[in-house]
Design a protein around this ligand. Structure first.
Ligand code: ATP
Length: 214
């Protein structure tokens, strides 16, 4: 972890993006990649990529590119790809059900182990082998789970968050529109899909791209 703390947060956020692309290159048998190729694929400008990679001790030579295997090894360690993080999903509605089907396993070592819902018609069912328990059983079932995905209605978010953090959950991916309050040692990442879409449309209208580097 000491190694990781030297990486700026903005760089750390791009790691999964780099990791996914490099992993695909590796699977295709490619040994090297140029910062230009990477830049086009992940939509990060090449100066930023070069700066990011310098933190990993990966210095690409001009016209030679970066060593894919070296970078993958680094990312795997840094992103704890070798260590499985168990995740619980709360709220098996439309969005929650989609996540259970997706289950993120293609990208990294996180796995949704269990799901919870208040709707008794959903409790006892499973999606892709993931059991759906009643929300009343939360405290009893959460053993070994480190992170949670919240896909409940916004009004339920805070109360469920308090129960999750009392159980020792240390990370929450919040897909509800509600802003949740947590103890300071708990990390929350908030993804409001409606806001993201609105913001995309706003930028499309007001800042049209004219082929410049983004
Ligand atoms: P659906 O069409 O299945 O209702 P939705 O995504 O439109 O899906 P929402 O009202 O956003 O529905 O609710 C998402 C899910 O959260 C539902 O499955 C609902 O039963 C569940 N839910 C609501 N309140 C709670 C709660 N307190 N604890 C756990 N799950 C809850």
């Amino acid at each position: 972890m000491a190694e990781q703390s030297k990486i700026p947060q903005a760089t750390a956020k791009r790691l999964p993006l780099y990791y996914r692309f490099l992993n695909n290159l590796h699977l295709q048998g490619k040994a090297r990649v140029s910062s230009k190729e990477l830049s086009e694929a992940v939509k990060v400008d090449s100066a930023t990529i070069r700066r990011d990679f310098s933190y990993f001790g990966a210095l690409g030579k001009k016209g030679y590119g970066y060593n894919v295997e070296y970078l993958l090894g680094f990312f795997r360690k840094t992103l704890d790809q070798d260590e499985l993080t168990n995740v619980a999903l709360i709220g098996v509605g439309n969005l929650g059900t989609a996540f259970l089907h997706y289950n993120f396993t293609k990208n990294n070592n996180t796995k949704i182990e269990m799901a919870f819902d208040a709707d008794t018609s959903k409790v006892g069912q499973s999606v892709e082998g993931i059991p759906i328990y009643h929300i009343d059983e939360l405290e009893r079932r959460l053993e070994g789970v480190q992170a949670a995905i919240l896909t409940v209605p916004g009004v339920e978010a805070q109360a469920i968050t308090e129960r999750l953090t009392a159980c020792g959950i240390s990370g929450i991916l919040n897909f509800t529109p509600a802003r949740i309050t947590v103890p300071e040692e708990v990390r929350v990442h908030h993804i409001d899909l409606a806001v993201e879409l609105q913001s995309l449309v706003y930028f499309m209208k007001h800042y049209p791209l004219e082929g410049e580097d983004v």
